[in-house]
Design a binder for this molecule. Structure first.
Ligand code: NAX
Length: 327
């Protein structure tokens, strides 16, 4: 291939950025023989901190890292970018209404979508991590009419990995014994981690745990894990979020293993009754550098109800950003 792959990370001076950049530069994002060039986007007040992180990246002398650009200009940041990790977002602060939150994020993800549209490489792939991730991805995508819609994705891989870990702990098995885990819907408390298709050593996971545990412990533990981390650490998930972003892009570029799938929030094509265009989490495989939604799964009444509830929330978020003129 010609030249390094350009990876843009927004919110580069934040805590996820700090956990993410070193793994990108060491080859975990794209592969151990793929040179990378990093582009760090920050707000002006945080550029200096990003420069500090870049000094540390230099000091690692990573063989694959071919350069680091740091900017507060969105057009520069996405110029020629192949992989865009949209991490920086406006967090909800005390007294902030949902409309204010969506508005503030619209002000970030709209211009970033436009800059990606106008300046990124033709093969650009976008992963939105910053919350509300699914709807921020929708906002960015709606400002990038020239980029295929399928290139805009949002992260539910952390939820997926949390679900693997919780199930493995419950059954006292290694995570490698589990396949076909799915997170459906929104990256929010309404998300639905599905054990009716997940398998443990080839057998349906739901049949190996009791239903009370599945419904009253497993699902809420996975869905509320972010809050539990904040409670324990005094800060939100950072290294695990960075790890999940690495997993998502790695699988998107390099493919998912045969006989298994993962979870990713992808623009719906109407599969499983999810309205077309909503960026919702699905069971997904990656083949030839493209995500495909796993087809043909049968949903029981419980799963149907849970998925519908989460998708309804996504629809409400879309209506809200539409009303605010953000998409
Ligand atoms: P931090 O507050 O540590 O870092 C965010 C960084 O973004 C800051 O350095 C800030 O200056 C920068 N930023 C803000 N606006 C920007 C803009 N317009 N352009 C460029 N940079 C900008 O947050 P961190 O813990 O790193 O989390 C980042 C985001 O990830 C948050 O929105 C958080 O809610 C979200 N998360 C998403 C997860 C997921 O599974 N999808 C899990 C982890 C995390 O909670």
């Amino acid at each position: 291939t010609q030249g390094p792959v350009k990876v843009t990370v927004t919110g580069a001076a934040g805590q996820i950025g700090y956990a993410l950049l070193f793994r990108i530069a060491s080859g975990h994002l794209l592969g151990p023989d793929v040179p990378v060039r990093l582009s760090l986007l920050e707000i002006p007040q945080a550029v200096k901190a990003a420069e500090g992180t870049a000094m540390e990246l230099d000091d690692c002398a990573f063989p694959l890292l071919q350069g680091i650009d740091i900017t507060d200009d969105v057009n520069t940041a996405f110029d020629g970018t192949n992989v865009a990790l949209l991490v920086g977002a406006r967090p909800r602060t005390a007294g902030m209404e949902r409309g204010d939150l969506l508005q503030a994020n619209g002000g970030i993800f709209g211009p970033q979508g436009k800059a990606i549209n106008d300046h990124a490489a033709d093969d650009v792939r976008v992963l939105v991590v910053g919350n509300p991730a699914n709807t921020n991805a929708l906002i960015a995508q709606s400002h990038a009419p020239d980029v295929p819609a399928e290139r805009f994705t949002a992260m539910t891989r952390l939820d997926h990995n949390r679900a693997l870990s919780q199930l493995a702990g419950k059954l006292d098995i290694p995570v490698t014994a589990i396949s076909k885990m799915t997170i459906w819907g929104n990256h929010s408390a309404t998300q639905y981690p599905d054990l009716y298709h997940a398998e443990v050593n080839g057998k349906i996971a739901a049949e190996q745990v009791d239903e009370t545990w599945l419904r009253d412990t497993f699902i809420p533990t996975v869905a509320k894990r972010g809050a539990a981390i904040i409670e324990a650490r005094g800060a939100s998930s950072a290294a695990s979020a960075a790890n999940a972003a690495i997993d998502h892009v790695h699988d998107w570029v390099n493919g998912t293993p045969e006989g298994d799938w993962t979870s990713a929030a992808l623009p719906s094509d109407g599969s499983y009754g999810v309205p077309e265009g909503l960026i919702s989490s699905f069971p997904a495989v990656s083949r030839g550098g493209r995500w495909e939604i796993v087809q043909g799964l049968t949903l029981n009444a419980f799963s149907r109800e849970r998925i519908d509830a989460s998708v309804r929330e996504l629809g409400e978020e879309r209506d809200a950003v539409r009303q605010l003129g953000l998409i």
